[in-house]
Ligand binder design. Structure first.
Ligand SMILES: O=C([O-])CC(=O)C(=O)O
Ligand SMILES: [Mg+2]
Length: 227
């Protein structure tokens, strides 16, 4: 490939649209639970939109130096409708990686949202528009536009590896990353968990939730009850 650190990869495989769409309505904890509780981003990467958000899309990855957004601007031009632009800005909180103008442009291009391992700015403007952004926080300090950086290489975002084409799901809890090769299996298992949780909640109200497992675990671990 060559030119490590300053390169753009335009073509990569995305998961089937049917599989991507399947994650709509599946809560992020149910997806993380079927991946060994891994692949959920660090809790610092949070939605900065109004509560009630749920997004699903295909990862379009960007790696930048802290405080620089040249390659993010290029990514908006290249990403396809339905992609989520995921930015590894090294978790550095020095300068915002994007702001509301870049959100309006991405929205018009049909991009599903941004996930940024770093800060953003124009928080009020973004919160008032219907465009999902997940980030580590905000700062008025603006980005530089010098590069270098990479588009569509494997990055780290919120302590999770993200490859181009992986499926991202984000909601008020945070963001999970589903490897594209495993996506249909993870989807089937996450659906099962979601149905199981719905039936547990119903059984609570029917006064039928079997709690025997709690004492079984305590006994197995050697816990003593003193009366
Ligand atoms: O200056 C920038 O590149 C980021 C920004 O504030 C915006 O997009 O509104
Ligand atoms: Mg701005």
């Amino acid at each position: 490939m060559g030119n490590v650190g300053f390169r753009i990869i335009e073509n990569f495989k995305r998961a089937d649209q049917e599989v991507i769409d399947g994650f709509k309505g599946i809560a992020t904890p149910n997806i993380a639970d079927v991946m060994g509780r891994f692949r959920a981003m660090n809790h610092m990467i949070k939605s900065i939109n109004k509560p009630g958000i749920h997004i699903v899309g295909s990862a379009f990855t960007v790696r930048t130096h802290p405080s620089d957004n040249l390659m993010v601007h290029k990514a908006i031009d290249l990403a396809r409708p339905g992609d989520i632009i995921v930015v590894d800005a090294c978790g550095d909180m020095g300068n915002a990686i994007l702001g509301e103008i870049m959100c309006h442009y991405a929205k018009v291009k049909g991009i599903t949202g941004y996930v940024v391992d770093g800060p953003v700015r124009d928080l009020q403007g973004i919160a008032n528009m219907d465009f999902p952004v997940f980030a580590r926080g905000g700062t008025p300090r603006g980005p530089y536009k010098e590069g270098p950086g990479e588009i569509n290489t494997t990055i780290s975002c919120g302590d999770v590896p993200v490859s181009p084409g992986d499926i991202l799901v984000g909601d008020d809890d945070g963001v999970v990353v589903v490897p594209k090769e495993e996506a249909s299996k993870v989807l089937a298992q996450a659906r099962e968990i979601q149905e199981k949780e719905e039936s547990i909640i119903q059984s609570i109200y029917d006064n039928k939730w079997d709690r025997s497992w709690v004492d079984e675990v305590l006994q197995k671990k050697g816990c003593v009850t003193i009366v």
